[in-house]
Design a protein around this ligand. Structure first.
Ligand SMILES: [Zn+2]
Length: 426
């Protein structure tokens, strides 16, 4: 049997995990299409090649490039404040967008329904929610609800005082409305009063053109032509270090590679590391990768282990995407390694594992701080997603658990892998 306890010991002694994490944060927020993203890819490629002595395969990923030139909001008092254009937001018209603002609170379907005939020609204002929570309504559902009811703009207010919030509008190509993240203070200034809805002016300038990034693959073959895919996304948001989301996952993947590189050749299945980008662009990098696999190739992938936001809380959760039969294995490996793990079964289409799951490949996302509003992961998508929210011990724990799960999946009997695959409950 492989020396998996050696892998854990090596990870616990690994000092490069923390220096890698800091170096990835030093690259900046890594918004796709920026120099910051390019620096991160160069760093990750060099570090993964040094760990494995394997040359990366670089797969081109075309996508709809987008950048915001500026974004600001004029409050009813006449004061201009900065806001954060959501990814792929439409630009405002040249003369700015001035309209009344309908505050929909959290922005639930009930709130949208109750204000259905007031939204046409106005700006919808909703609240950002903790992303890693069972009842969360994703930003893109709120954006679409606003769009469908004829709103001319979309504002989403973050929970952290003084901080705007980032994220994707969810718009692909084509029609859409200007959309921006604002601070809670700006949202308070847009309150409805006895005089009526507040009036705001939104100014967003953007640039759109076809762009290209890449997916990096590192293959460590095992005895068979089957694989366990260990993935993490490289891209993030400007205005922060994107430290939890997802320098944490990237640094953990590098550490797992260092600890396992020499052992995988003795495993039943190989390890394929996939570093995706444009994850924040509707999971585009992983969508193209999974779509490029034939049915036969998909069957050779036993499991996708996706690390996204694995620091920012000591509490780890596996989002098992409906693959119920995976859960006993994950819990057993966690217990053997002294890690407390929770499993949550519904499919969350909030990271790259979703594309594997939707193609029938067993897949889960490891995430820290799920369902805990007090965890530091509440800062994800704000300018305070910075390295000081993450502890070295959290990254080590995530790396130890990930490596143990990957090793277990690499060596699992074929019958077990068949069971994982068959038991998806949508
Ligand atoms: Zn992420």
């Amino acid at each position: 049997m492989p020396q998996t306890s050696n892998i854990a010991a090596q990870l616990i002694a690994d000092r490069e995990l923390w220096t890698d994490f800091n170096a990835i944060c030093d690259c900046g927020g890594r918004l796709a299409g920026t120099e910051s993203e390019g620096r991160a890819f160069a760093f990750l490629e060099a570090r993964a090649e040094a760990a494995t002595h394997v040359r990366a395969r670089s797969i081109p990923v075309p996508y709809g490039g987008w950048s915001a030139k500026n974004a600001s909001l004029r409050l009813p008092g006449g004061q201009w404040v900065s806001c954060h254009a959501l990814l792929r937001s439409m630009a405002t018209p040249r003369a700015d967008l001035t309209a009344e603002v309908v505050d929909l609170g959290r922005g639930t379907p009930e709130e949208f329904a109750a204000h259905a005939d007031e939204l046409s020609g106005r700006i919808a204002l909703v609240r950002h929610e903790l992303m890693f929570s069972a009842g969360t309504i994703h930003r893109r559902h709120k954006y679409l609800a606003a769009l469908e009811r004829g709103a001319v703009g979309f504002l989403i207010a973050g929970p952290i005082p003084g901080q705007t919030v980032a994220g994707s509008s969810g718009r692909q190509d084509g029609a859409g409305i200007p959309a921006a993240g604002i601070t809670p203070e700006a949202a308070a200034a847009l309150n409805r009063t006895a005089r009526g809805w507040a009036t705001a002016t939104l100014r967003i300038a953007t640039e759109e053109r076809p762009a290209e990034t890449r997916t990096l693959l590192f293959d460590l073959p095992g005895h068979s032509d089957e694989w366990v895919v260990l993935s993490a996304h490289v891209d993030g948001h400007d205005g922060s270090e994107s430290a939890m989301d997802n320098a944490s996952g990237l640094a953990a993947v590098l550490a797992v590679l260092r600890a396992m590189a020499l052992q995988v050749k003795d495993f039943r299945r190989g390890v394929r590391v996939a570093l995706f980008s444009v994850e924040e662009w509707a999971l585009t990098g992983s969508a193209q990768y999974v779509a490029s696999l034939s049915q036969a190739e998909r069957r050779t992938v036993a499991l996708n282990v996706n690390l996204d936001c694995v620091g920012g809380s000591p509490n780890l959760t596996a989002l098992t995407s409906g693959f119920a039969a995976l859960e006993p294995m994950l819990l057993r490996v966690a217990e053997m390694n002294g890690v407390r793990l929770r499993t949550v079964r519904p499919l969350f289409a909030n990271s790259d594992h979703a594309n594997f799951a939707l193609a029938g490949i067993p897949a889960f996302r490891l995430v820290a701080g799920f369902d805990d509003p007090n965890a530091n992961v509440a800062h994800v998508l704000t300018p305070s997603d910075t390295r000081n929210k993450v502890r070295e011990s959290e990254l080590k724990q995530a790396a130890v658990l990930s490596a143990a799960i990957v090793a277990e999946a690499c060596n699992a009997p074929p019958q077990d892998v068949l069971e994982w695959r068959q038991a998806r409950r949508p």
